[in-house]
Design a protein around this ligand. Structure first.
Ligand SMILES: [Zn+2]
Length: 248
């Protein structure tokens, strides 16, 4: 049985995720405590662990209160332990982890921050990417270089096509408008935006296959000619797109 996924809106435009199975429930990121504790209570679920992707306050501010109420253990990157809430388990990309009876792959997705990790559950087909690969976009580069983020996106792009990409924010409107501005002839992108608007639904989570077709930051190969960068490296084209998005 695949794990059950619950997407929770928190703060203004953050997502947190609950994963539930026979062995319990884990939370990925804790923007604020109240909506997460309410959802757990409504479903009569306990919480065994909180997996943290990176140290920004809109991903960790709920941790202390949720731990107080549930006793959940806190898991985060060893490299970021100095700026994450107190960790019960320090993890390192590439090392094995298990949660809810499934193997979890820890990927280094530095770029937005250095030390940002993503959690891939290959059996159930989920990847929790927070502010690295996002629906129709990617995180802003606060700490890392364009090359670093490009390598992180390539790592995520190598996951199976049906992996559900569970990212950290609903930036659908802004990301969609930018995507359309650089990729106006992309019918798959227009169809995705139409569907989202018509159904008034969030655009995350979405399968990697759809991000490959519609996310400009995964469409470097298709967009390079339009940018006049036929001979530039992928990372350079990515850097150009990211800078254009910052100024958009
Ligand atoms: Zn962030």
């Amino acid at each position: 049985m695949p794990l059950e996924l619950v997407t929770l809106r928190c703060l203004k435009d953050n997502y947190a995720y609950l994963l539930h199975g026979d062995e319990g429930t884990v939370l990925i990121d804790a923007p604020e405590a109240a909506p997460i504790l309410q959802e757990l209570a409504a479903r009569d679920w306990g919480l065994s662990a909180i997996l943290l992707t990176h140290h920004h306050s809109d991903h960790v501010d709920g941790v202390a209160e949720i731990v107080k109420q549930t006793g959940a253990m806190v898991i985060g990157a060893a490299a970021d332990a100095h700026r994450l809430p107190p960790l019960d388990l320090r993890i390192t990309p590439g090392e094995p982890l298990e949660a809810l009876g499934e193997p979890v792959k820890i990927l280094d997705v530095s770029g937005h921050t250095v030390g940002h990790v993503a959690f891939h559950f290959p059996q159930s087909g989920f990847a929790f990417t927070a502010d690295s690969l996002m629906a129709l976009g990617c995180g802003r580069l606060f700490e890392g270089t364009p090359q670093m983020m490009w390598d992180s996106l390539a790592r995520l792009n190598a996951l199976p096509a049906d992996t559900l990409i569970c990212s950290g924010h609903d930036y659908c409107a802004g990301n969609g408008a930018f995507a359309l501005s650089v990729d106006p002839d992309n019918q798959a992108l227009r169809d995705r935006l139409d569907t989202v608007q018509r159904a008034r639904m969030p655009c995350a989570p979405a399968p990697l296959s759809l991000e490959r077709e519609t996310n400009p930051f995964l469409r470097v190969a298709a967009l390079r000619t339009g940018l006049g960068m036929e001979d530039a490296s992928d990372a350079k084209v990515f850097a150009k797109l990211r800078a254009m998005k910052d100024a958009f």
